[in-house]
Design a protein around this ligand. Structure first.
Ligand code: PLP
Length: 484
């Protein structure tokens, strides 16, 4: 087997790389022994490499070079790859798509039914979107060559911000070059050492990174539990300056949604800012796809910070914050990742704006997406598959409960012409390993029925393949130390 598996995407929590968590179902003790064995040689690295032009007296004071292979995560990736190779599970990551990935995609010159792209409304490649991007390049070039406050401002930036503010029902909006980095820079900037951040336990990695950057105390609450968030804020609030409560409008791993009024109440009672990440909600939730506020029927002003990305329904690249004018003004003048970073590329801003126009004018796309996802959910659930708490709006997980089984099932689906990504430990806890299906408005009913039928057949087959964990452990235990 040439390629193997082991570069998990979507790593949500840094702590899940901790030594106490299971690896491919191995006990914590077995895993620790294996890691120790694989590490033993890499941590002692003699300075035998040619030090180039250094003089002998300089050479004599050299210490062994610090090497990336000494990192725990590096060793763990190696273990996962070796285990996958041993089990005959091919690497499902970094597959090259040779055209526009929508309901179908081309990989290795073969066509696949695709459930691995969050092109929810099927707008990637739409002539209105590509035409706007091309016109922006013709007019402004491929970059704005400066941060916006200095000389990177172009009309498209404000037009996009105003359109996003309108859709979210907010006073104003700020757009940035990246979705992940929007969370990092904004949370890292608004909160500080004396503050507290209370967040859903399954919150996206970008929010955890932002919280870490801020230096604030970070406390997770059980997934979707607004009463727990309320209690935590009650316990912690008086000991901290400012407080931020963070949730997602539509959870990217599980396709479930929060009780928004419950979280608004918790934030209000404890004078906390409420932030809702709409990455997977815009274009998906609410009758017009305007997101969580529309779905919940609440006043958008009840949420302090709406965050979103341009890379999902809006088929571009970038992130944004929508909210009150004073918040946006403050971020535009002070947020380091905005002030000291280049403005969005013209083509990216134009593409997102054009996609937003289509969203506003063609709500039937949202209805079709929701119908297709609901059909997938219903068929999968009736077939006895574990779809967790997905509401069937655009994301449906099929939980296998083991990374080995998820890897095998995704591989079997791929061999039968269906591209779906497995989500494995450490991206999720081992028992939550899954296949994650992203639906789009352009999937046909037939594609969905065929995919679920294939899934059920392959799941039955994979379920009875024994996973000899003892053999995996023996194999890993026999591995030589990493190459020098
Ligand atoms: C909930 C959530 N927030 C933020 C991001 C980051 O967005 P982007 O991929 O556009 O950087 C993602 C990405 O998948 C996400 O799922």
């Amino acid at each position: 087997m040439g390629r193997n598996l082991g570069t998990p995407t979507g790593l949500r929590r840094s702590s899940i790389l901790g030594r106490s968590s299971p690896l491919f179902g191995l006990s914590a003790q077995a895993k620790a022994q294996l890691i120790a064995k694989l590490s033993s040689a890499s941590s002692v690295r003699p300075a035998e490499r040619s030090p180039g032009r250094l003089r002998p007296e300089e050479r004599s004071i050299l210490t062994p070079r610090l090497d990336v292979s000494e990192l725990d995560g590096f060793r763990e990736i190696r273990l996962i790859r070796e285990a996958a190779d041993f089990l005959g599970i091919a690497d499902p990551y970094f597959r090259v798509h040779e055209g526009i990935a929508c309901a179908e995609t081309l990989i290795g010159n073969q066509s696949y039914v695709n459930f691995a792209s969050y092109n929810y409304l099927g707008l990637n490649g739409h002539p209105h979107v590509t035409g706007a991007a091309k016109a922006a390049i013709d007019r402004y070039g491929t970059t704005v060559s400066a941060s916006r406050p200095v000389s990177g401002e172009r009309p498209l930036h404000r037009e996009l911000e105003q359109a996003l503010a309108r859709v979210h029902g907010c006073e104003d909006c700020i757009v940035r070059v990246g979705g992940h980095s929007t969370n990092v820079t904004v949370i890292g900037h608004l909160l500080g050492r004396n503050d507290v951040i209370v967040h859903d336990a399954l919150i996206h990695n970008s929010i955890i990174q932002g919280a870490t950057l801020s230096g604030a105390r970070r406390v997770p609450f059980p997934h979707l539990d607004h009463q727990a968030a309320d209690r935590l804020l009650g316990e912690l609030r008086s000991r901290h300056g400012r407080a931020l409560l963070v949730i997602e409008g539509h959870y990217s791993m599980d396709g479930d949604v929060p009780d928004l009024p419950g979280f608004i109440g918790a934030a209000r009672r404890h004078r906390a800012w409420l932030m809702v990440d709409e990455a997977h909600a815009l274009g998906v939730l609410g009758p017009r796809g305007f997101g969580t506020a529309e779905r919940a029927g609440i006043d958008p002003g009840d949420v302090d910070i709406w965050m979103g990305t341009l890379s999902k329904s809006l088929v571009s690249c970038g992130g944004y914050i929508a909210g009150r004018r004073d918040l946006i003004d403050y971020l535009k003048l002070t947020a380091p990742g905005f002030v000291f970073s280049v403005g969005m590329a013209p083509a990216a801003a134009a593409a997102a704006l054009a996609a937003l126009e289509l969203l506003e004018h063609e709500p039937e796309r949202v209805r079709r997406l929701n119908d297709r996802a609901a059909l997938f959910l219903q068929l999968a659930r009736h077939s006895g598959l574990d779809v967790g708490r997905s509401i069937g709006a655009s994301i449906v997980p099929v939980i296998t409960g083991s990374s080995i089984r998820a890897g095998r099932l995704a591989q079997a689906m791929f061999q039968r012409g269906v591209n779906v990504q497995p989500i494995l430990y450490p991206a999720v806890p081992e028992r939550a390993a899954r296949l994650r299906f992203f639906l789009t408005a352009t999937h046909t009913e037939e594609q969905i029925r065929d995919a679920v039928r294939t899934l059920v057949e392959e799941n039955r087959r994979v379920e009875v393949v024994p996973s000899d964990l003892a053999a995996v452990a023996r194999h890993l235990g026999r591995l030589p130390p990493p190459p020098r």
